[in-house]
Every structure is written in structure tokens, then in C-alpha cells.
Ligand binder design. Structure first.
Ligand SMILES: [Fe+2]
Length: 446
């Protein structure tokens, strides 16, 4: 199938190349600290070079407290949705038969998309597995049952040479769960690029759980024919939304030890009458901070942003939902969309507030659109660190009280740690234990 689709896949690349020639990217630019920012790099198309029945695009995601969904695709339509797994290589003591689906998008027919949920699994344990009853063996490590644990967080990944560089840096140091706040493949309706992206990330997404939420590049709406969008995204990247009582793959939550993670949808309804809003209200009300002292939120379009790019795009969602997060004492909010790194102080309603979440934009995975180079001047005092470079972030939850956030800038061959800060959980903060609305009046004015 790939051979037939290769010409379709190369079409956007030709357009991209043409645009590059007509509207060349800025050459290397140097910031005040002397760091040379790199321009965008070309898209990598990752072909499938094995048989039709060979599993490809293998990735895993957490389901409940001790299960894992294994997702993969075969070009062959007769391959079984079976996963065999065990704690010793080649010895499979568990076997689960899952289900499969496929989808059509104009003239493109997807391969057979398989999903099987395996478990219960032991914590901090390496499992070996294979898909479809044959083919290569993969392995993953389950998250620990207690702290410390570490998230990698990076959005707007795409599939360029910068993406490959980011993923290599991510892989060079151990972590437990990968969180992606939207914009995965940049297929933009060119469906073969979804397959190419799945193959590019497989070496990483098959060995650590990847938990994602959607960005604007996942929408793929076409009037009348595909009016609801997210057809490829929902088929290829099913997340455990039912487990958190959500009715949509576009927003959900899950728990890992000591942390409640909420994935919101910037591109589905979020006003006070919406299903997402009501779901979020209920989800926040159910949090037990004695069990999950840390609460973090991911979404795509940032609520706070001092870059020239995408100004104001998260504003209506902020106005609709910020109160909910503030009253629930959410610790951190991560966004993508803006192709740069930016870290803010704790904020509520555009003012520094020690009981509000700390906001971070980490839309710098390496996509083909390049970097968002221009931040507003003079700098907004709420914004504590800004840099238009590719990279990734890491949130290490050390204990119930302390976490360390670090941002790792890609610098060609090494991941350079460019920013880092210790964070205290709001659940342990005596100053924030009062009624949230009382705190509204004690903002630290800047
Ligand atoms: Fe985006």
C-alpha cells in the first residue's frame, strides 16, 4: 500500500519545498545570550519496508491504574488483534485479543488499526510483547507505584529532523510517561503522513506510555464530508477517556502515583454549558489531594502567551475555565501551539497569584513550521523565561511536596538544560488552603 501512497505523501513535501524556495526561512539568528537559534529542518518520511502483516506504528498508553493499551497498524486486513506479553523475553504468559478498526478519508483507506488492553501489570516492571501473533518483540517499562516519577512533556512534535533530534534527546535519559499537549503528525489531511509519523515515533512510543491531547493540526475538518473532524486522530490515538467518565477522546484524565493528569481539548466546546466543562467540574471535584497531591493540566492553545504567534487564541477558553482550575488549586498548566518555550510565574486572571497554576508553553518539539521567533518587548513580568528554540521539558515529581521542572534545549548533538525550577505542590501550601475566592483579593500586583 505504501508504494501506491508514496506519491500522495510526497505532494505536501513538494509544496513545502516550493514554499521554502519562495519564502525562505530566516537564517541562523543570535539572541542576546549568544545562543544561535536554528532554522526549521526538512520533513522525514518514514516508509514501511516489511510485509503487509508486520505490525507497525506500535504505541502504548495507560489505561486505569495497572493496564496498558497496545495500539498498532497492519496493512494486511486479516491480521489478528492479539498481544502476547510476559516479563521474560520470548516467554509470553499473557495473551489478550483486542479489537480493530479502520477509516476512510477521501481516497485514502487506513490499514487495520488494532488495539488490545493488557494487564493487570506490575509497577516498575519491564514487559516484553509482540503484536499479531508474530513479528518483532517490543518491550516497555510500567510507571512506578510510588514517587519519584518523571514525565517528559513536549508538544507540536511533527516529523522533521528536529523531531528526530528531540526524541533522541528524550530517549537519552530515563523517564516514565510521555505527555504531548497537541499537534502530533502535522499530516494536515495528508493521511499517509499519519502513518509516517507513527513509524517515526514507534521506537519511543512502544516502550513508554504516550498520553496525548489534540491540537489544531489534528482537526482535519472538511465541510459537509467530514464536518466533525479528528477522524484520523481518534482512530489512531485512542486515549482512556471512558475510565475518567468522559464521553470524548478529546478530553480525559488519569492518575499516576501522586499525580492527577487532566488532558483538555482546546478545539471542542468548553463553555459553561458544554460537556467538557461539566466533565471538568466533576473531575476536579473527585480529586483526593491526599492520594494525588499533584494536579497538572495539559491543553494545546496557551492561556498565557507573550509570543507574537497565536496571540489571544486561548483566551476564550481561559475565560471559561480558569476559575475551575484556580479553585481546584491546579499546580501546573502545560500548553503547546506556540513553537517556542515560555515559563510563567503562578497566575490567576492575568495577575501573579501564589495560589494559581504555573503556566508553561512547550510547543517546541520540532515541527516543519519552524520556530516562533518574536516575543513581545518589553517582557511581561509574569513571563519568567522565554526562548524560541526546539527542545523538551521534564517534570520530575520528587515527593508529595516538591517537583523539579527542567527545559532541555536541543543543541544539535546534546540536550542542553537551559531552564530549571523547583515547585511546591499547592496541596501542601498553607497559604492556599483557604477558600479560593478569599484569595482573589490578595493578588500580588506586578
Ligand atoms: Fe498548534
Amino acid at each position: 500500500m505504501w508504494k501506491g501512497l508514496k506519491s500522495i505523501a510526497t505532494f505536501p513535501l513538494l509544496i513545502h519545498t516550493l514554499c521554502f524556495l519562495l519564502f525562505p526561512q530566516p537564517l541562523l539568528s543570535q539572541d542576546v545570550n549568544g545562543y544561535v537559534r536554528q532554522p526549521a529542518r526538512p520533513t522525514i518520511v518514514t516508509p514501511h519496508q516489511s510485509s503487509e502483516s508486520e505490525p507497525q506504528q506500535v504505541h502504548i498508553s495507560l489505561v486505569g491504574k495497572d493496564k496498558m493499551r497496545v495500539s498498532w497498524i497492519t496493512e494486511g486486513k486479516h491480521t489478528k488483534s492479539v498481544v502476547e506479553y510476559g516479563t521474560n523475553s520470548g516467554e509470553y504468559t499473557g495473551k489478550v485479543t483486542g479489537e480493530h478498526t479502520s477509516y476512510q478519508y477521501f481516497f485514502y483507506s487506513s490499514g487495520r488499526i488494532h488495539n488490545a488492553v493488557i494487564g493487570p501489570l506490575e509497577a516498575s516492571t519491564t514487559y516484553f510483547y509482540r503484536c499479531g501473533g508474530s513479528g518483532p518483540e517490543f518491550s516497555f517499562k510500567t510507571p512506578p507505584s510510588k514517587l519519584p516519577m518523571e514525565f517528559v512533556i513536549v508538544g507540536d512534535l511533527g516529523q522533521t529532523e528536529w523531531t528526530a533530534s528531540t526524541l533522541q534527546h528524550v530517549d537519552s535519559s530515563d523517564y516514565d510517561v510521555f505527555l504531548l499537549p497537541g499537534d502530533l503528525s502535522y499530516a494536515d489531511s495528508q493521511q499517509p503522513l499519519w502513518d509516517s509519523f507513527g513509524r517515526l515515533v514507534q521506537p519511543y512510543a512502544s516502550k513508554r506510555p504516550w498520553m496525548v491531547t489534540e491540537g489544531n493540526h489534528e482537526i482535519e475538518i472538511f465541510p459537509i464530508i467530514y464536518p466533525h473532524g479528528f477522524k484520523a486522530y481518534n482512530a489512531r490515538w485512542p486515549m482512556p477517556f471512558q475510565e475518567s467518565a468522559s464521553t470524548s477522546n478529546l478530553y480525559y484524565s488519569f492518575d499516576v502515583p501522586s499525580t492527577h493528569v487532566i488532558m483538555l481539548g482546546s478545539y471542542t466546546d468548553f463553555d459553561a454549558k458544554s460537556d467538557q466543562y461539566k466533565w471538568l467540574q466533576n473531575d476536579l471535584a473527585k480529586i483526593d489531594r491526599s492520594k494525588t497531591p499533584w494536579v497538572i493540566v495539559l491543553l494545546h492553545a496557551p492561556w498565557y502567551n507573550t509570543n507574537d504567534a497565536h496571540q489571544g487564541e486561548g483566551e476564550s477558553m481561559r475565560k471559561a475555565m480558569e476559575d475551575l482550575l484556580y479553585q481546584a488549586r491546579v499546580d501546573l498548566v502545560f500548553a503547546g501551539h506556540v513553537h517556542a518555550y515560555e515559563r510563567f510565574t503562578r497566575i490567576y486572571d492575568n495577575k501573579a497569584d501564589s495560589c494559581g497554576p504555573m503556566y508553561v508553553t512547550v510547543g517546541d518539539g520540532g515541527n516543519r513550521e519552524g520556530l516562533a521567533m518574536n516575543f513581545k518587548n518589553p517582557p511581561n513580568p509574569l513571563s519568567l523565561f522565554r526562548e524560541p528554540s526546539f527542545g523538551h521539558g521534564r517534570l520530575r515529581i520528587v515527593d508529595e511536596t516538591r517537583a523539579y521542572w527542567s527545559w532541555h534545549r536541543n543543541n544539535d548533538t546534546d540536550a542542553v538544560v537551559a531552564d530549571g525550577i523547583w515547585i511546591e505542590s499547592l496541596s501542601r501550601s498553607k497559604a492556599c488552603s483557604g477558600t479560593p475566592h478569599q484569595k482573589v483579593n490578595v493578588h500580588e500586583e506586578l
